[in-house]
Design a protein around this ligand. Sequence first.
Ligand code: FEO
Length: 397
Amino acid sequence: MITQLAENVFWAGIVDWAIRRFHGRELSTHRGTTYNSYLILDEKKVLVDTVWEPFAQEWLDSFRQVIDPAKIDVVVANHSEPDHSGALPLLMQACPNAAVIVSKRGAESIPGHYHRKWNLKAVGTGERLPIGRRELVFIEAPMLHWPDSMFTYLAPDGILMPNDAFGQHYAAPFRFNDQADQEELYEEALKYYVNILTPFSTQVARKIDELLALNLPVTAIAPSHGVIWRKDPLQIVRHYQEWAAQKPQRRAAILYDTMWQATRRMAEAVGDGLAAEGVPYKVVHAAVTDRNDALVEVFRAKAVIVGSPTLNNGLLPSIMPLLEDLKGLRFKNKVGAAFGSYGWSGEGVKLIEQHLAACRMPPAAPGVLAKWQPTADDLEKCRALGRAVAAAVLKNG
Ligand code: FEO
């Protein structure tokens, strides 16, 4: 349902209640998502971003209620990822002569995705496009979260359309933040930040400083996913500043997998040691827990403690994706530790420790290895590991 944001400015997107995996199968979206597209009707008729291709026809038909797509003069493609650009081929059949505004990097990536000859116009930060009573101002935002990412600001309305930044994978009945369940909204905003933007935290902090220095009035932040921040719109900017600083809480995440419960018993004993020192933690069984949710626990925690039995001279396969993410998401300001059981070769703990070191998570204490099922002495070593990690968390936290 088309929703008005301001006079002649509309949300014209799609709410996808059903999607549960995004980026192919990479990202879980328990609460669905939206693909937000914005329509601005001035002397020039402007569309900012499109939707994912499976919804292209439905989307085009829906905004036909407000304007015939053939009358669109300007299409802004803030980012080329197909959830936002996927409907461009269908749209451009309706308005083949419209200017397609892209960032300089978008001038490579949009043709790279679609191989069509559209009327592309590349813009840089600070470039303005008058569209009648209003103007569009463009701000390149490389690596928030692709090289081509760009923000579009609508003056004088003060509406910032930052594409993926400040978004949430959150299907909701209403379009604005003040109409949403705040707990759900922030769970999704944080999960989105953790899984998509954490590696680019330095760029996020820098871009926010740049934006705030421009002193642009902001009446709404209208991202490309989820609800639009109109009530205290800068609240999400303040949260991004906090998340980008990567100052974890005084808590721990214990990530493990187990074959015959030995490593599970060790995980729980490590937890007992943390609890004895008053440090909260979550125990995450990697094989039965959503990976993206587990990463939120990692993000929040000062300590990341990883356990696996040794299998085939390595680790249980369910642990590997999480270890890849510990590296790829470039978490900062954390300490690590390792534990696990073994039957004969026993390399698991050492492999985890090497990986944590490569992720710049220095060991809070040496790892604990137990042969077959842990003995009472092994479990006491695990509790001691928990206490040592707790000391590091409380010291550095
Ligand atoms: Fe929502 Fe980077 O696409």
